[in-house]
Design a protein around this ligand. Structure first.
Ligand SMILES: [Zn+2]
Length: 208
């Protein structure tokens, strides 16, 4: 049987989340001596904050996808509203399939994928599941990786749709679904950030 690896926690140390400096727990410091950040062995209330943000994001996912995100008006015509999905269908029909694919992946698949992965990770921790920690840590890294492109989602919809339709239209503006979509993107980013992946390994250590 291999020896358990030494972690900051087992060595009675606390790692600064900002600069990674190790400080002894016994010293009783509340702030990092190097960068001044608040010290905590794990992200504070990680699970409850992540659950709250994930649930709020699921709620926002509905109006973000069901309400129109764009309203376009052209001279002498009725305003035309588009949801994210009807925008995707519009681009498929007009042979801009590559833009349709980018919007579909960035705006429909990515937020949902992040929420499903976070829900799975939260459930696995709440149920005390100790199996496959490496795979779960990799799943979390995947949400961090796609999270870096999250802000692109908002621009893809607003600028992408606007540019393509611009030639034929006199006016183009954000619809009532757009603020919900922007809030969804921001909350999922905070949800990913609030999750502490070290809890996966803590649980495995505690079970041994
Ligand atoms: Zn620090």
């Amino acid at each position: 049987m291999t020896a358990r690896p030494l972690t900051a926690r087992r060595a009675q140390m606390v790692s600064c989340l900002s600069c990674q400096l190790l400080s002894p727990v016994a010293a009783g410091r509340t702030h990092c001596s190097r960068c001044g950040s608040a010290l905590s062995p794990r992200k504070v209330n990680s699970l409850s904050r992540c659950w709250a943000l994930v649930l709020a994001s699921y709620i926002l996912y509905l109006p973000a996808n069901l309400l129109p995100v764009t309203i376009s008006t052209s001279f002498g015509r009725h305003p035309q509203t588009d949801t994210i999905m009807s925008g995707v269908i519009y681009f498929v029909k007009t042979d801009f399939w590559h833009i349709a694919l980018i919007i579909f992946v960035a705006s429909i698949c990515v937020p949902l994928l992040k929420l499903i992965i976070l829900t799975f990770l939260l459930c696995s921790l709440q149920l005390g599941w100790c199996k496959r920690p490496l795979e779960r840590a990799r799943l979390y890294r995947l949400t961090e990786l796609v999270g870096r492109w999250s802000m692109v989602d908002v621009y893809v919809i607003t600028i992408g749709v606007g540019l393509v339709k611009l030639g034929a239209l006199s006016n183009f503006e954000a619809g009532p679904g757009a603020p919900y979509f922007a809030a969804l993107v921001i909350l999922t980013m905070f949800a990913v950030e609030s999750f502490d992946p070290r809890l996966i390994w803590d649980q495995m250590e505690e079970s041994q």
